[in-house]
Design a protein around this ligand. Structure first.
Ligand code: PLP
Length: 443
């Protein structure tokens, strides 16, 4: 049976690894006994929206199916990796083929070379790449490299940006950190953040010569979606140049999603160091950081900055990543953006018709959603909008109608190449009904 042939509601998908008697509730009960909060990443826990997470049995194209056989049009898409939709045949086939040849060797492979060549061919100035197993590792390692090559201690980050969960960068983090209302994390010593400076997003900070690196999400996509204001990224470039600091674009979300060359191409501003993840692994664990040959030569075994990984450059991840990148040509980027435009306009229309104040910011194929008149420009504004009580109503209204957005107001919306006009129409209709419910509730 084709995926799209299965209706919403009812049982029967069965789910690999789930028995026919498993329900979301029963699995969540069991999960909470053996996994903290029942989840392996806090953003999945439904804490900020209430209710029980759906447990995914399988996924295909724009859809996920839970263990009770319910189908959802999925805009989570694993928080970004699913740019081609779930289980794209080319990606699945590449992974199958790779798995048959062995799952990890501890020796270099042809595909790692292809991956680095492909990435540097797409991103101007990205001359060398080192693969990691996650975005967290990529940014943590890139910051170490930046400190190593500059000989300076200070890292500047922006409030509401999320750069993974390494100690020095969790402070004022977006995504799950923001969702839990945390300023940072317990267990991080004052020493670990002593050299981290936090600045407001969209304001160019004053730098001095202690600054090794300025880390920024070129489009902030972990406090909802907050676009860089005109001049912000160029201002950062100029400020870094003035004091000899490096500029790091954390493109774990934007990389190979905005366009072929990522944010540098999109905004015409060149960083010194890039971090990637998500899209480049096609749904398998991966991260990457890169820079010019000169900067990357600071890294072991060429230089004295140590960085390593047993599974780095994993053959399944590189196979899935290469298959994914091969699908991302100019037509694909045009399609992604066109889909996002229709979804943006549809959602805006649905909320306007119901009299619900909402902003749907969009940068290329990336969307956000805030229940305020104006799209926020920094973390303070994003927090006010995210925590005003509207999002849980929207989230559950949509989920009941078979549309899955992230269970937290600080996440971006990820339409994929697999979302057809039929899914976008269905999403907009569901939003129109949900918006009327929200308007009734508040009236
Ligand atoms: C911009 C950004 N950087 C870094 C990370 C961390 O990546 P990972 O979850 O793969 O460790 C994320 C994850 O969402 C991210 O959005």
């Amino acid at each position: 049976m084709s995926a799209s042939g299965r209706g919403a509601g009812g049982r029967g998908v069965g789910g690999r690894g789930a028995s026919s008697t498993d329900t979301n509730e029963s699995l969540f009960d069991r999960a909470q006994r053996v996994i903290p909060g029942g989840v392996n990443s806090p953003v999945r826990a439904f804490r900020s929206v209430g209710g029980t997470p759906y447990f995914v049995a399988e996924a295909s194209g724009p859809f996920v199916y839970d263990v009770e056989g319910r189908r959802y049009i999925d805009y989570v898409q694993s928080y970004g990796p699913g740019i081609c939709g779930h289980a794209h045949p080319a990606v699945v086939e590449a992974v199958k083929q790779a798995a048959g040849r062995g799952t990890s060797y501890g020796a270099p492979t042809h595909n790692e070379v292809l991956m680095a060549e492909e990435m540097s061919a797409r991103v101007e100035g990205l001359e060398m790449v080192r693969l990691t197993n996650s975005g967290t590792e990529a940014v943590m390692s890139a910051v170490r490299l930046a400190r190593g090559v500059t000989g300076r201690p200070t890292v500047v980050k922006f409030a509401g940006c999320y750069h993974g969960h390494s100690d020095a960068l969790l402070v004022a983090g977006g995504s799950g950190v923001a969702q839990q209302g945390l300023a940072g994390s317990e267990g991080v010593t004052p020493g670990a953040v002593a050299d981290t400076i936090v600045a407001p997003y969209n304001v160019v900070p004053e730098l001095d010569e202690s600054v090794a690196v300025v880390c920024v999400e070129p489009v902030a996509a972990n406090m909802g979606l907050v676009a860089p204001q005109p001049g912000f990224l160029q201002g950062l470039r100029d400020a870094c140049d003035e004091v000899g600091a490096l500029l790091l674009f954390d493109e774990v979300i934007t990389g190979f999603r905005l366009c072929r060359g990522g944010a540098a191409e999109w905004f015409g501003v060149q960083p010194d160091v890039w971090c990637f993840g998500k899209v480049i692994g096609g749904g398998l664990p991966i991260g990457a950081f890169g820079a010019s040959t000169e900067i990357m030569s600071g890294l072991a075994p060429l230089g004295g900055v140590y960085q390593a990984g047993t599974l780095s450059g994993n053959p399944l991840a590189t196979a899935a990543g290469l298959a994914t990148l091969s699908l991302l040509d100019d037509d694909a980027y045009r399609q992604l953006e066109a889909t996002a435009v229709v979804l943006q306009e549809g959602l805006e229309g649905a909320f306007a018709a119901a009299g619900v104040a909402a902003a749907v910011p969009r940068v290329g194929p990336l969307l956000g959603l805030f229940f305020t008149e104006e799209a926020p420009v920094d973390f303070d504004e994003a927090r006010k909008a995210a925590d005003n009580g509207c999002y849980p109503k929207f989230f559950h209204g949509m989920l009941r109608r078979g549309v899955a957005f992230a269970p937290g107001a600080y996440e971006a919306i990820f339409p994929s190449l697999a979302h057809t006009p039929a899914e976008i129409d269905a999403t907009v209709s569901a939003a129109a009904e949900t918006a009327l419910e929200m308007a009734d509730d508040s009236g």
